[in-house]
Design a protein around this ligand. Structure first.
Ligand code: HMG
Length: 393
């Protein structure tokens, strides 16, 4: 018999959390018009209004650096590990985090690793980071999740594209959230969503993927309860992996057996950013957490349910607990600015950009300057990506 550990949290957790996204935004009404579809299929059917889009001089590294910079700009003390979660890898060998490490001037005594398991790997990184900090409480781990969700143009999955990054600083005695000690896990070898190395767009069996997601949720939550987890009515907030907002509603309905307007109100704070960014794969769950924290709907000691799902599939259900004074350490205003400052993209322009690929001929190519300040991908030369930090003039 496994001992009940309901309330317990690890002495470690999230000390800082910050979100970044692409600099452009596409209104899904424009996509609906082009595809001659009812826009309500996206806004009501999927729960999505916009998607963030990266310009040619942005990628997972530039978004990751923008997400992490506010957390480390005053101090990098204690950061001896950077874990980079992504499924939009830019190299088969080198960790994307090494470019971020340089852009952020992190110390040379900081190890850097990239992790992959579809959208789940950010949670794997969080778990590894927590275990590491428990063993070495004087150290901090910078976890970054960064992704660009891409499907074929004109596919049913296209309206669920998006892009974004989230940086999370894990420390002992965290200022924002402690991580619960119980977790429920469900893994199974399935082909619901995958991307062979030779493809730039994911292949997805859409309807099947939603079924496997919900099956995983039920079984991971069952495992969580069996291991001494909290009952549903103990949570003041819910974050489900959000490929599109409606999926989170279906997830809650699956756990509770019903969904009424009050439930939708409880779920909404975690969905606000997702409805306008689109799917951000590894970053999606933690962007949902930032959205919930920024909403002002939670208080100290409230518990938040977390469900992480990565196709293929691995899933995990666990909980977090808010630390008194957490509000002071959020990046809420910066998040609002970043969302509002995105530039509108026409659907025709978006289609052109969608077809574009980083040149593969090994020659020197400089990319059009779409980013006025912040981190940008300047170009490529000898098959190497060239990054720069553009300061505000
Ligand atoms: P679809 O063709 O849009 O599906 O594909 P649909 O025709 O069933 O429509 C969707 C909803 O819109 C339905 O509502 C319709 O009734 C409604 P529901 O029955 O589901 O409640 N609808 C309308 N509502 C209002 N007005 C209308 C209207 N028309 C229809 N006029 C699908 C949807 C999700 C399959 C597609 O977008 C897709 O393939 N997406 C990509 C896969 C995905 O996101 N799967 C989610 C689970 S897997 C996951 O989360 C992992 C992932 O993030 C990857 C990773 O782990 O790495 C994807």
């Amino acid at each position: 018999m496994i001992e009940k550990m309901k309330e317990s949290c690890l002495p470690v957790g999230i000390d800082g959390i910050c979100v970044a996204t692409g600099s452009f935004v596409l209104d899904l009404h424009d996509m609906a018009q082009y595809r001659n579809e009812d826009a309500q299929k996206y806004t009501r059917g999927l729960g999505q209004y916009h998607m963030s889009v990266c310009a040619q001089d942005e990628d997972i590294v530039t978004m990751a650096a923008s997400a992490a910079y506010p957390l480390i700009k005053n101090s990098t003390e204690g950061i001896r590990t950077l874990l980079f979660a992504t499924e939009s890898s830019i190299d088969q060998s080198k960790a994307a985090g090494l470019w971020v490490h340089k852009l952020l001037n992190l110390g040379q005594d900081c190890r850097v690793v990239e992790l992959k398991q579809a959208c789940y790997s950010a949670t794997a990184a969080l778990r590894l980071a927590c275990s590491h900090v428990q063993a070495f409480p004087e150290e901090k781990v910078l976890v970054i999740a960064s992704d660009i969700a891409r499907y074929e143009l004109d596919s049913v999955a296209e309206p669920t594209e998006g892009c974004g990054a989230v940086a999370i600083l894990i420390s002992a005695n965290p200022r924002i959230i402690k991580v619960g000690s119980v977790s429920g896990i469900y893994s199974e070898d399935v082909m619901d969503f995958w991307r062979p190395n030779y493809r730039t767009c994911a292949i997805v069996d859409g309807k099947y993927s939603t079924k496997i997601y919900l099956k995983s949720l039920k079984l991971a939550f069952g495992d969580y309860l069996q291991r001494g987890g909290l009952e549903l009515d103990r949570f003041k907030g819910f974050c489900f992996h959000t490929p599109f907002a409606k999926m989170a509603l279906k997830a809650y309905q699956t756990l509770k057996g019903s969904l009424d307007s009050l439930d939708e109100k409880i779920l909404e704070p975690a969905l606000k950013y997702s409805r306008t960014l689109g799917n951000c794969y590894t970053a999606a769950l933690y962007i949902g957490l930032a959205s919930l924290l920024d909403s002002g709907s939670l208080a100290a000691h409230d518990k938040v349910a977390m469900f992480s799902y990565g196709s293929g599939c691995v899933s995990e259900f666990f909980h977090l607990e808010l630390v008194p004074g957490f509000e002071k350490w959020l990046c809420s205003r910066l998040h609002q600015e970043r969302l509002v400052q995105r530039k509108q993209l026409s659907y025709e322009q978006y289609r052109q950009w969608h077809q574009w690929q980083v040149p593969q001929d090994g020659h020197l190519h400089y990319f059009a300057k779409n980013i006025e300040s912040g981190y940008r991908l300047r170009g490529v030369e000898d098959h190497k990506r060239l990054y720069e930090h553009v300061m505000n003039s």
